[in-house]
Write a protein that binds this ligand. Structure first.
Ligand code: 13P
Length: 252
């Protein structure tokens, strides 16, 4: 049985005051028992304070990226041990915005994945195709390449402590969501690829969907057998909307 995870990726949004209001709204209205595990991923500078606000709540803290190096002269970077030190459980690696805007390639993403795990953080590895790649029929090839780059370096055992997020680039922030069937097809493919290496780990691996998930469409996407929750961008910035999405995640 896989416990769903719903993680909010705040991206570069928020302020101390807005964060406090958002966390307050979440914690005040959190159902007594949520089926899904819930996490929020604020920008680096707010991690410590948001972590304090979440203290003794069931909501986990995650970061949006991490440096591939452990320590040293890397101006502007933040290490996995620092993220661990301020209370992170999760860290997103390989988000398409990092891959595209900051030129992070598969090899660097794999190193970030390893850096996260070296400090017992759980990486949320993002994979997904662009619209052009989908239209050329390359969706599975691209996702397999992104996945294999990490599998080859980290080994399948590493996926016992990792989460994958399938985020079709054309669905991110566009209001265009993959249909539940389109998501299911790619999620099943990802699980099958991991199962080629280890069926048990593949069976227990949580695969999240991300890309324009809202309260209005979450339930039908999360109902797919290989969708184990979501990585939520814009809709995670409103407490009521995010909570409705969390409530839509059920154990399969
Ligand atoms: P949106 O939910 O805003 O489309 O963003 C998805 C995403 O990129 C989450 O990481």
């Amino acid at each position: 049985m896989r416990r769903p995870l719903v993680a909010g990726n705040w991206k570069m949004h928020g302020s101390r005051a807005e964060n406090a209001e958002l966390i307050d709204g979440l914690l005040q209205n959190l159902p007594a028992q949520t089926v899904a595990e819930i996490a929020v991923c604020p920008p680096y500078v707010y991690l410590w304070e948001v972590g304090r606000l979440l203290k003794s709540s069931p909501v986990a803290l995650g970061a949006q990226s991490v440096c591939a190096e452990q320590v040293g002269a890397f101006t502007g970077e933040v290490s996995a041990s620092m993220l661990r030190d301020v209370g992170c459980t999760y860290v997103i690696v390989g988000h398409s915005e990092r891959r595209t805007l900051y030129h992070e390639d598969d090899a660097l993403v794999a190193r970030k994945f390893l850096a996260a795990q070296s400090q017992s953080l759980v990486p949320i590895l993002c994979v997904g195709e662009t619209l052009e790649e989908r239209e050329r029929g390359q969706t599975k090839t691209v996702v397999t390449r992104q996945l294999t780059a990490v599998l080859d370096v980290a080994g399948v055992a590493a996926f016992a402590n990792a989460v994958i997020a399938y985020e079709p680039v054309w669905a991110i922030g566009t209001g265009k969501t993959a249909t539940p069937e389109q998501a299911q097809e790619v999620h099943a493919h990802i699980r099958a690829e991991v199962a080629k290496h280890d069926a048990k780990i593949a069976g227990e691996l949580r695969i999240l969907y991300g890309g324009s998930v809202k309260a209005a469409n979450a339930r039908e996407i999360f109902a797919m057998p290989d969708v184990d929750g979501g990585l939520i961008g814009g809709a995670s910035l409103k407490a009521d909307e995010f909570l409705k999405i969390c409530e839509a995640a059920q154990v399969q």
